[in-house]
Each structure stands twice: as C-alpha cells, then as structure tokens.
Design a protein around this ligand. Structure first.
Ligand code: BES
Ligand code: ZN
Ligand code: ZN
Length: 497
C-alpha cells in the first residue's frame, strides 16, 4: 500500500474518501468537525442529533457530498468510543474499519484523520498499520470469486505534525502491519504447502531481505545436540523437522550487559495428534498449530525493520505430527537436550515436546529471557475464550512486564499459576510426563512441562490457542489468523532498550 502524510487541508486531499473519528456523545463543536459538517451540508450534526450515530466503537456512517472533480465525495465517520480512552490500538481499529469500508465501496484510497494524536509518530504508525492489516483476506488460493477490491493508497492527516514525524510513523506502521500480515499468511497456509522445510526456506529468504541472521538445523544436527523430545514428534512424518534460528544484533546495544531475549515458537505445521489421533471433525483447524512459530517469524521481521537497540533471538521449532509405523507411541520415553527424561503419555500433547528442546536450545545459546508462544492447549480456549492469551512463567516480574506491554497495545494476557501444581507433571517412570493428571488444569500442565526445560532464564509462556485465530470477521479485520502478540512483543522489546 502506498502512503503519504499531510498536516493541512484535509478536505482538499486527492483521494476517493475522507475518514475520521467522532467520539462518544461528541457534538460538532471543534473547528475540524465544523468544517466537515459544512462540507456535508450539516449531515454530521444531523446524525448525531437524531442519535442515529452515537460515537460508539464499531459504528460507521457514510456521508456523501459533492466535491470538485478529482477529490473525495464521501466522508466516513467512525465511532471512537470514549475520547479519554482512545489510544493507539483504537486508532488502528478505526483506520482499519474505514479501510475495509472504503474497499467494500470499491474505492482505492482514503485520507484518515485520527484527531486525537498526542504522539504524531505513534498515531501515524497505528493508522497505517490498521489500514494494512485490514486488507488481509483468507482467499489466497481462490481462483474464482476472489476478493479483487483493495485499498492501494493511504494518506495520514495530522494537523500541524512535522513531515518527519509523519514519515517515520508511516514507515513504522508499514513495518508492523506488513509483518503482522506475513504472520497471518503463514498461519493460513495449508500444511501440504507450508511444510517445515518450506517455512525454513521462507525464513532464510525473509532474513536475507531484512538483514537478519538465520540458521536452520537439520534433524542430524538436532540429533547431535540430543533434541530427542522435539525429534520424537516428527518420527511419524515424511517431512523432516527443522529448527530455525534468527538473530538480530543492534548496531549499538543499550540493553543491560549480558542480557539476551529469545522468542521461541511452536511450529507444528499440522497436528493430527499422532497415534493419539484427534477426531476428524475440525482437525483442519490444526493447520494453525504453527501460529507460535509464525509469530516469531513476523516479530523478528518487524524487529529487523524497526531496529531496536537490544539483541533478540528467534527460534522456531518446526515439525509435523503424524501417525505412522515410525511414530512415537503413548508410553514411549525420550531424553531431551537438557538430559531430562520424558514419558510421552499422549502424542497429541506434542507442542510442549517441541518447545522443551527449543527453549533449552535458546538458553544454551545465551538467552537470559525467554518468551515462548504456542497454540498449546484446547483448555485455554475453555478457560479464557478468545479475548485473553493465557500467560504463565517462572518470574512474576517478567510475566508482569509482558502483561503490561500487552495492556499498552490493548492485547490481553491473563496469568495462570504454576506454583503449587508441580506434581501434576511428575511421571511414575521418568522425570516428567507430557500430560497433566486426569484432565484437570490442562493449560497449567502445559506450562509446567515447559518450565522443566528452563534452567536459569526468566521465562514467560503464552498459550495463544484461543487468540491466534478468529472465527468471525470484525469491522477492521477478516476472520482467520489474528497476528496476536506481535505488537506486545515489539512493545516489550522497545521498552527494554
Ligand atoms: N494443538 C493442540 C491444542 C489446540 C487445541 C490448539 C485447539 C488450538 C485449538 C495441542 O497440541 C493439543 O492437542 N493439546 C491437547 C493436550 C492434551 C492431550 C493434554 C489438548 O488440548 O487437548
Ligand atoms: Zn496436539
Ligand atoms: Zn498441537
């Protein structure tokens, strides 16, 4: 999407549509709204006075007016909710809602005025990110009835903002929005196309494009490192497992000496359950079981473009979980990279087996802080639904840092306890078992298991099974992969620099 920034003459912009925000219970009182009200022959006051438009979040009004040739003749008014609470993520949602309406009207360009733009760079970034993420659709593989409408040009309007602020904001918004769409595209890919080998190849290509280091470990290399837990998951698959490692090194490191943050993702390209086979119904959804890895992919891409001043490592554990004569069985025992023995009691609890070796690898390579992301348990969907990601960890201060970073970008994380539940994953015959006891505390059991493979690092585990995929479209976003946690992780990184 093309973009540019302007700081005056909103109504004179050469675009297909104008778009702005009206807040809850707001009247036409400031100069900006008055000018738009005049332009539309009083339609704004009319829809407000008649209570046809209340300024609630999600509301949209499309007003028509006559304009000079080559200029917009439509004004989109987007409800912003309460003005005091209107922040960056609301700006992105409002801009995205406008962009989807503009697209649905068959138009190609719009100018967006977020109005409440305390920080011009941030407001411009959020506005453009919202525009970009709003255009993502699931229909990549359709050859007929494909959505062929698209907004191709975006203009940000912030009165009196400095041109450099607008420019910087736009390139920031582009980096974040496009990286979110990269993550979403990966999560949406069918597993016959996006195999472990294919995601590793795409990782190398992406890393080259944005200037990240990227290394891919083969099964033989993983075997040498003793990663039998991860490798056990893909024994039943024709597809060889891959461990992808990204490295971002800043020009100047302003972080605390010796600290290294690692982002580690579950990349189960498809989860049949293995010998503990899943029921057929909805098994197709398990193509998004690599959303944790896709999140690492997109976040590392954005980091390379935004260039924060701390180093970050990304690790994606990529496997396919299939039933086969060679597949592992419930009751198998394997030894992980850190020497711990695991009794595999359910081959469908495979994500934690992958993460066990992936987090141990990250720590061995110097990570002092680890955040892992995984579509790990169905239980987290039961507990928290799709509004909050489950979070657990071994250090409450670090967990709180992630929660706080999330709050600032309006992504919800809800902490579940690990302390006191340790006995849930004790095995009768090995050091740990890969499921909890009976069906209780399923999400916690997942977290506890991964914790066994962390040595000294501060660690937070994000169970994104409920939040990585949205079953219904929103005004600002298609249904399907959400790109959850990327903005939180970027905020976490930028706050630590
Ligand atoms: N990939 C699933 C978890 C999942 C479920 C993700 C629904 C997204 C939506 C995971 O590998 C799994 O199968 N977990 C089991 C664990 C159980 C066997 C202890 C589950 O949640 O049922
Ligand atoms: Zn599973
Ligand atoms: Zn899984």
């Amino acid at each position: 999407m093309k973009s540019r920034g302007i700081n005056k003459n909103f109504t004179g912009t050469k675009v297909d549509a104008l778009a702005t925000v009206v807040f809850k219970d707001e009247k036409v009182s400031d100069e900006f709204l008055k000018e738009l009200d005049d332009l539309t022959s009083g339609q704004i006051s009319s829809i407000i006075d008649s209570k046809e438009f209340k300024g609630e979040k999600g509301e949209v009004a499309i007003l028509r007016f006559s304009a000079d040739k080559g200029k917009a003749n439509r004004l989109l008014i987007i409800g912003g909710g309460e003005e005091e609470k209107f922040g960056s993520s609301d700006i992105a949602i409002a801009s995205g809602t406008a962009a989807r309406k503009v697209r649905d009207l068959g138009l190609k360009s719009y100018v967006f005025a977020p109005r409440k733009a305390d920080d011009a760079v941030d407001a411009a970034a959020s506005s453009f990110q919202g525009a970009i993420t709003s255009q993502f659709e699931l229909d990549k593989y359709r050859t007929v009835d494909k959505n062929d409408k698209e907004v191709t040009s975006f203009v940000i309007y912030i009165a009196d903002a400095k041109p450099t602020e607008l420019k910087n904001g736009l390139s920031r918004g582009e980096a974040i929005g496009e990286s979110m769409n990269v993550t979403r595209d990966l999560a949406n890919e069918p597993p016959n196309i996006l195999t472990p080998t294919e995601i590793a190849n795409r990782a190398k290509k992406m890393a080259k494009e944005v200037g990240l280091k990227c290394e891919v470990l083969t099964e033989a290399q993983m075997k040498k490192l003793g990663m039998n837990s991860l490798l056990s998951v893909s024994l039943g698959s024709e597809q060889p497992a891959k461990l992808v490692i990204f490295k971002y090194t800043p020009k100047k490191n302003t972080g605390k000496k010796g600290e290294l943050l690692a982002l580690v993702g579950k990349g189960v390209m498809f989860d049949t359950g293995g010998i503990s086979l899943k029921p057929g119904e909805n098994m197709d959804a398990m193509k998004y079981d690599m959303s944790g890895a896709a999140t690492v992919f997109g976040t590392m891409r954005a980091i390379a473009l935004l260039k924060p001043s701390i180093p970050v490592m990304g690790v994606m554990g990529c496997v396919e979980n299939m039933p086969d004569g060679k597949a592992s069985r419930p009751s198998d025992v394997v030894t992980a990279m850190n020497g711990k023995t695991i009794e595999i009691l359910n081959t469908d609890a495979e994500g934690r087996l992958v993460l066990a070796d992936a987090v141990a690898y990250a720590e061995k390579k110097g990570a002092t802080h680890i955040v892992d992301m995984a579509t790990l348990t169905g239980a987290v969907v039961i507990a928290l639904g799709n509004r909050n990601t489950g979070i657990m960890g071994n250090d409450d201060d670090f967990v709180n840092e992630v929660i706080e970073a999330g709050k600032e970008v309006d992504e919800g994380f809800w902490q579940l306890p690990l302390k006191g539940y340790e006995s849930e994953v004790k095995s009768d015959i090995a050091d740990v078992k890969n499921i909890g006891t009976k069906r209780r505390a399923g999400t916690i059991a997942g977290g506890l298991f991964i914790q066994e493979f962390i040595d000294k690092a501060k660690w937070a585990h994000l169970d994104i099974a409920g939040t990585a995929w949205s079953d219904s479209p929103k005004g600002h976003q298609a249904k399907g992969p959400t790109g959850v946690a990327i903005r939180t992780l970027l905020n976490l990184v930028e706050k630590s620099q």
